[in-house]
Ligand binder design. Structure first.
Ligand code: SF4
Length: 331
């Protein structure tokens, strides 16, 4: 048996580019890595490519999408997996926590059916033991009266409880990597915090890797180790979460930080001008140039790339000049 290098990435995305069948580019040169037990946040507005990036990891991009670059899971190339290997990868190695639990739950099946079928099918749990295991999983995600809940239908549960069931279903697979796609967006603010706390606790307890897709920069900073900020289908800044609030160096990240309300902040709240664009709308230069108050001529003709090396990388021609400090914005 070979010994795995504990520092080796579990998931590695390398120079990923994706072009839909209609010719639109949705991802451009996306690279990141996640080690076991590590959480990475993919942050961005609609159309930034963060959800497409998750689909690429799951190999569920729309039919006809052409990709270059590579995605490896535990050193195995996802694009080189056979159908059988892909089924096993999706059933045992990675688990998706969806954005809208109601859209993912079958309204005519009970919570018990949903969880026990998954346990029997994917983990080979004996059917007579499955209810007990499912009830225990519900307790793990903060649903104490698990046996009663197993008999309920999705419409009988609140959005927060149903999302906890989705987390339990994901954990039931004993995955090594969680992919969480805006998992709290459909919930009210208080429930968002409770659900995120449960997810964070379970992930840490089980030493799972996680990629969290969110539009909420503060949420990503709070629950992940590394944050990658996406814009127009590419990563424009990637940094340890602890550095992003106080040492961001990309004008887009700075704009996001300045446009969010923070109690006690002393500088003016400003919104980013213009609208976000998708990858296929970006020209030869920097995709953010039309909204960037620091743009120069070269920004419109030459696309900046992430500098190689280091844990804090920025794709901006003027990154070194623009380093800022926002101590009042520290959470
Ligand atoms: Fe702004 Fe130029 Fe940096 Fe793009 S490369 S973010 S346009 S300064």
């Amino acid at each position: 048996m070979t010994t795995r290098d504990v520092d080796a990435p579990l998931l590695e995305v390398k120079a990923l580019r994706a072009e839909l069948a209609d010719g639109r580019t949705v991802l451009h040169d996306v690279s990141y890595a996640v080690r076991p037990g590590q959480a990475l946040g993919l942050v961005g507005e609609s159309g930034s490519g963060k959800s497409m990036s998750l689909k690429a990891v799951l190999a569920t991009l729309p039919d006809g999408t052409r990709t270059t670059g590579d995605i490896t899971f535990d050193t195995r190339s996802v694009s080189a997996m056979s159908r059988r290997e892909l089924r096993a990868y999706r059933a045992h190695d990675v688990a998706l926590i969806p954005q809208d639990p109601r859209a993912s739950a079958n309204p005519v099946r009970t919570v018990g059916d949903f969880l026990t079928e998954a346990l029997v099918r994917a983990r080979g749990t004996r059917r007579r033991d499955a209810d007990t295991v499912a009830a225990r999983l519900l307790v793990d995600v903060g649903i104490p009266d698990g046996e009663r809940r197993l008999a309920q239908y999705p419409h009988e549960l609140s959005g927060g409880l149903l999302q906890r069931v989705m987390i339990a279903a994901a954990l039931a697979m004993e995955p090594r990597l969680l992919l969480a796609d805006e998992p709290t967006t459909a919930l009210d603010v208080t429930t968002q915090q409770e659900v995120m706390a449960i997810l964070d606790e379970q992930r840490r307890d089980k030493h799972l890797a996680m990629v969290l897709v969110t539009h909420d920069l503060d949420l990503a900073v709070a629950v992940t180790d590394t944050v990658a900020v996406m814009y127009a289908g590419t990563i424009v800044e990637i940094a340890p979460s602890t550095e992003l609030h106080t040492a961001s160096r990309h004008p887009y990240t700075m704009g996001l930080l300045r446009s969010r309300p923070v109690i006690g902040r002393r500088d003016r709240l400003t919104s980013l001008p213009g609208r976000p664009i998708s990858a296929f709308e970006a020209g030869e230069g920097c995709g953010f140039a039309a909204r960037c108050s620091y743009a120069q001529d070269r920004c419109r003709t030459t696309r900046p790339v992430l500098q190689a090396g280091g844990t804090h990388q920025v794709a901006c021609h003027r990154a070194d000049e623009l380093a800022i400090t926002l101590p009042e914005a520290t959470p």
